[in-house]
Ligand binder design. Sequence first.
Ligand code: G3I
Length: 340
Amino acid sequence: MPISSASQTSGTALRALADARGFSIGAAVQSGLIADEPVYAETLAREFNMVVAEWEMKMDPIERQRGVLDFTGADAIVAFAAANDMAVRGHALVWHGATPAWVERSNMTRDEAMAYLRTYIHTVVGRYRGRVMAWDVVNEGISDQGGMRRTVWYNLIGEDYIEMAFRWAHEADPDALLFYNDYAAEGMNSKSDAVYELVKGLLERGAPIHGVGLQMHVSLSDFGRFGWLSAEQIAQNIERLGALGLQVHITEMDVRGVSGAGTPELLEQQAQVYYDVLATCLQAEPCTALLTWGFTDRHTWIRPFFGPADAAPLPFDEGYQPKPAYDALAQALTEAGVSD
Ligand code: G3I
């Protein structure tokens, strides 16, 4: 359904709309911003019922120096969530993008690497047992071509590092939902086929995997007539993952293609993408959460990474004011109807 040009929502916060539907709506956060910007913390607590650490629960910030573990940021985020009755997604236990330099340089044997990784996972997951409801156990383990990504963990341990990581995480917190998370695997393509085969194989071997995270870092050009992605493809992908008994989370959504304050046309296109993705998730029983990667254009990873031309990818603007994308999320939640 097209989004309304003017907000038709009742002005109810996203969190209240999501709570009434038993749905998780969240955002990636940074502990320093929670501490330093009151409006950041206030907006988070008002609008979201779930948070995920944008970087502070990864191996590099936690164990930058071997044997010296720093949980300061992660603890602060978990404490903020508890104080505001918010769920926490853990991100990410194993990721080549946040592996400490000492690991990359190490000459660990396979057994030493397995022993280290098992201890690390048990330490981190065990610390937050009962306080982190889901973990991205392995992030981006599939290459863009669809094969196994040749990460340091693949090279040190072999392909079965993924299954081992899931089993170790489950040992540490049997109640946590365990996810495989990746990008550019949201629709129906060779990479999402590879993700499907990976998780299907894990299930067939009895590995404790409960869901797949679709990161949803997209741009306006990915959709539409000449794009590679559509709501229909996302729905089809969610359906096949659900048929395996898995949950799906939209884990890191942002929509590039709008710079600065944006034009009305681009802001509406961006809103339509947010609407289409959330409506697709809400209509699919396996899809139980949508998180944006950050929530205000004031703090987005996109700007330093992609440059100023893509610096307005989120539902709130630089001044924490809701954009049409916010209204679109509210409209999709409103239309989803209250759960019984
Ligand atoms: O702000 C701190 C600063 O206070 C500190 O002194 C400094 C020390 O290194 O770190 C600064 O934090 C940086 C942080 O971003 C906040 O800007 C970290 O260095 C930097 O590593 C971190 O980068 C994060 C990146 O993952 C690597 O962890 C990005 O925020 C984060 O958006 C990005 O997120 C990834 C997902 O995990 C996986 N999917 C792709 C996504 C985007 O790349």
